[in-house]
Write a protein that binds this ligand. Structure first.
Ligand SMILES: N[C@H](CCC[C@H](N)C(=O)O)C(=O)O
Length: 275
């Protein structure tokens, strides 16, 4: 039996397994089976902790429920930082991901602020399948069109809409996620601008579908809104699960502040899940 921790950031939830002291036989297929909401524990992302290396407190490997690996997960970054910080008795830690090292610090009231690294704005960095102005992609579905795109270590497209509640996200989300302009698919954000300091966001996540919150999606949404002149470089992002505060710093790095939570702990028999 292997212990796991069930955590979430604003309801974007994770099953966390710890392979820092001994390797665990985790395959993409087994991660997907554990992430299944009926046949497994269930989660939006499966998180595997691996040994940090020089300069990082932990390595965080991120998999979606379809087994695909992701380069960023903002909500999990805060959760894992809080876990490692508590173990080490520290208030600042560095979480290493395939996309880079993310410094995270504890703030009052159970809030954690992560430096999610620089927003990547070039078409090759998103990535896109061909050279396109990343401020205006020539794609759409149903009533939405003309998104902006950037990468936070994972690909994001952001559509700006008048009324978020009027959209059938379950219908248009998967069509846009798989648009051929995204060779690695993309996370699809839908933004309703409430003011220059406040946006509402819903995200159809790559490999996961609609989630209650998406940290890297909130970072991408603020960056894309600011690039379009719709907000300043700092705003509250209201997602279905709650609020994140996002700041796009002058040096290009994006700071994300939000809560963390542990829902429960348990243990699973890995051999009971297909490899
Ligand atoms: N579905 C995303 C990974 C999880 C991102 C999200 N849960 C967050 O908090 O950033 C992707 O495939 O890039």
């Amino acid at each position: 039996m292997v212990p796991f921790r069930k955590m979430h950031g604003l309801g974007n939830d994770f099953v966390v397994l710890d392979a820092r002291r001994s390797d665990l036989p985790i395959t993409p297929h087994r991660a997907a089976a554990i992430a299944d909401r009926r046949f497994g524990v269930g989660c939006d992302q499966f998180i595997l902790l691996e040994p940090g290396a020089e300069g990082a407190d932990v390595f965080m490997r991120i998999r979606n429920p379809d087994g695909s690996e992701a380069g960023a997960c903002g909500n999990a970054t805060r959760c894992i930082a809080s876990l490692v910080a508590a173990e080490a008795g520290k208030d600042r830690v560095v979480v290493r991901t395939v996309a880079g090292d993310l410094p995270v610090e504890r703030l009052p009231d159970n809030l954690w602020r992560a430096d999610m690294g620089p927003a990547r704005l070039g078409w090759r960095e998103v990535p896109l399948a061909r050279e396109v102005d990343t401020l205006h992609l020539p794609i759409g579905a149903g009533p939405v069109a003309d998104p902006a795109a950037c990468s936070m270590g994972n690909p994001h497209a952001t559509f700006f809409v008048r009324d978020l509640a009027a959209l059938d996200l379950a219908a248009i989300g998967p069509v846009l996620e798989h648009d051929p302009i995204f060779p690695e698919r993309a996370n699809i954000g839908f933004v309703q601008v409430l003011s220059p300091e406040h946006i509402r966001l819903a995200v159809w996540e790559r490999g996961a579908g609609l989630t209650l919150a998406c940290g890297s999606g909130a970072c991408a949404a603020l960056v894309n809104a600011a690039r379009r002149g719709l907000t300043g470089r700092r705003a509250t992002v209201t997602l279905p699960g709650g609020d994140l505060v996002i700041e796009w710093r002058e040096d290009g790095h994006v700071l994300m502040t939000g809560p963390v939570a542990t829902a429960f702990t348990g243990e699973i028999d890995l051999e009971a899940y297909p490899a």
